[in-house]
Design a protein around this ligand. Structure first.
Ligand SMILES: [Mg+2]
Length: 246
């Protein structure tokens, strides 16, 4: 049973900082203490480099891909889809996925604002963790390539993976902090936001292309506490709404 949050965000549950020129925090609200930030990797700490639709089509076939796309407005969970396949078919699927992920590594670039945000968190002694459904080799490559280390950094070898809250709860217990003292930042509503919500953490959706603004996402189960269109916006969000005392 995940911890239950004892604090509710001081503002409406979906607050878009991208649309705000200045941020004003009501003086009467008590700021939540923030002791750690957990990041997603692909599309959050790194510029999207994996062609996910092409990967899904290659794994599922065109017809099944289109069917699943129609029935999963929040997005397809490819690892979940292949979970119960026969061992042979599953092995082949994992090979295709790994192949796409390897191609992505060649194009890997750090997300604008990621280094600055990490430096800001370090300056406030706020812990940094990482949860990805990519493989451990990709996390190792990321750490080596960009020289910024996240700890713990959990890859898909840690089961169950996102959107299950387990990886986030594991990080909280490693840090010896409560989930409601942690924020998860990610670009995927169905994985990152759902994982954070289930764990009882604060959630911030990075929506660079504003794809989550459309009507089809209005009725999804888990909505983020915050939505930003760049990592640069996270600084002001944290300073406005959170107690960042170490
Ligand atoms: Mg992502």
């Amino acid at each position: 049973m995940p911890f239950l949050p004892i604090f509710s965000p001081p503002h409406s549950f979906l607050r878009s900082f991208s649309s705000m020129s200045t941020s004003v925090t009501p003086s009467s609200s008590v700021k939540a203490r923030l002791r750690g930030v957990v990041f997603d990797m692909d599309g959050t700490l790194t510029v999207p480099a994996i062609d996910f639709p092409a990967m899904y089509k290659a794994v599922l076939g065109e017809e099944e891909y289109l069917w699943l796309q129609r029935h999963n407005p929040s997005g397809i969970d490819i690892l979940q889809e292949i979970e119960n396949w026969s061992p042979g078919r599953q092995r082949k699927a994992y090979e295709i996925i790994a192949d796409y992920e390897k191609q992505g590594l060649h194009r890997l670039q750090i997300m604008p604002g990621a280094s600055e945000l990490c430096a800001f968190l370090d300056s406030r002694s706020i812990r940094r963790g990482l949860i990805t459904k990519n493989m451990k080799a990709a996390v190792d490559f990321f750490h080596l390539q960009f020289g910024i280390t996240f700890s713990p950094a959990l890859s898909r070898e840690f089961r169950p993976y996102k959107p299950d809250p387990s990886p986030l709860l594991h990080i909280c217990s490693t840090w010896e902090v409560q989930p409601n003292e942690v924020m998860i930042i990610g670009d995927d509503l169905k994985d990152d936001v759902a994982c954070g919500k289930r764990a009882g953490a604060f959630t911030c959706l990075l929506d660079e292309t504003r794809r989550y603004g459309s009507a089809e996402y209005e009725h999804v189960e888990h909505k983020p506490d915050y939505k930003v269109s760049s990592l640069a916006e996270v600084h002001s969000l944290l300073q406005a709404d959170f107690d960042l005392t170490p």
